[in-house]
Design a protein around this ligand. Sequence first.
Ligand code: NAP
Length: 398
Amino acid sequence: MIQRTVSVLGSTGSVGCSTLDLMDQAEIAGTGAFQVEVLTGGGNVARLAEQVRRWRPKLAIIADPSRLADLRDALAGTGVETAAGDQAIVDAATRPVDLVMASIVGAAGLRSTWAAAGTGATLALANKESLVCCGPRLIERVKANGGGLIPVDSEHSAIFQVFPAEAPEQVSRLILTASGGPFRRTSLAEMGRMTPEQAVAHPNWSMGAKISVDSATMANKGLETIEAAYLFDMPADRVDVVVHPESVIHSMVEYVDGSTLAQMGPPDMKTPIACALAWPDRLSWPAPRLDLAALGRLTFEAPDEARFPALKLAREALKAGGAAPTVFNAANEVAALAFLDRRLGFLNIAAVIAETLERATNAGVDSGFDDACSSALAVDAQARRMAETIVAGLAIAA
Ligand SMILES: NC(=O)c1ccc[n+]([C@@H]2O[C@H](COP(=O)([O-])OP(=O)(O)OC[C@H]3O[C@@H](n4cnc5c(N)ncnc54)[C@H](OP(=O)(O)O)[C@@H]3O)[C@@H](O)[C@H]2O)c1
């Protein structure tokens, strides 16, 4: 029986809901027992209140302060403490628990993830943006405080499960798989006309809106390339990407002797989440199973960097180092949200990233802070302003 005290930051999102569903299924199956300390939402009071009534956490937080009164009304009589605002989430992330699920989307999750990394808890890291922005210093912070870091991204969970942590010198290469997203077969000309609805309609994975757009541009695979390089201490030229439309092999580790180990499973985020919740044990839950005979065959192809330039831009940012990965992340976030708001065309997402990276390099964007989180936040703010200006210019030109 897996027993854990857990805080779920971003519990109302796709990963957050899957985490709670999985915990529920494990409790029903009698294989898990979870006590919830903190649940947080951004603005979705109805969903947060429903989760609070099921899990009875000690504290429920809504990031948007204007929704606190609604949350209090919805939870009247439950006795559950409530709070609102970013700082409340950061403070709550330091409460002692066995495991913190960091599943807020984007740079908004940076400060709470950093705070959780300083507690000695196991950090289940879905919020890849915080690792991209804080870099290896996030990992160092977890280790220095006696905690563990378990990646939740399916690709990194796959690598984590087949990576020889005690003998990393045995590894020659990491191979990240990519579904190719909804526009894998779409021509450049057609891509220019794609709408937010088409971009978020992922063929294999059910995810939040921002990561779905990232998947359509392959900026997501770019962020994951940076994430993998940091997590497994690999140089950029030893992290490869292969398009695998069936999303059955979740990633691979190639060893120096030519052997390659892969982790496989149906494309369901609950499997890597289960891995993070139970590691080093395994959580038994009614998981979907692979039926390889029914699948018949698995296919692979090289990524097309001409149609998906965000992937190349991320790799260049990783190689450039310094502030570049944070700039990449900020520009991508601004551009993806502008696309979702219909203020920017799909193909201009990569154009905004490229232009922001160039302007930030020329302006010498950097920060003088000692701690990686403050530095990342300072760079993020500068890069966002640049990206917003570029988005506005492109919207006027269109
Ligand atoms: N979804 C996946 O399958 C998947 C797979 C791998 C990695 N990830 C990563 O996991 C993270 C979460 O992704 P997701 O797909 O679950 O996103 P999502 O469905 O959009 O959920 C995001 C969560 O963050 C909250 N949030 C949004 N803005 C916030 C803010 N300013 N302050 C505090 N909380 C805020 C949302 O609250 P409200 O909804 O209440 O506003 C929600 O709880 C991302 O970093 C993503 O890259 C996701």
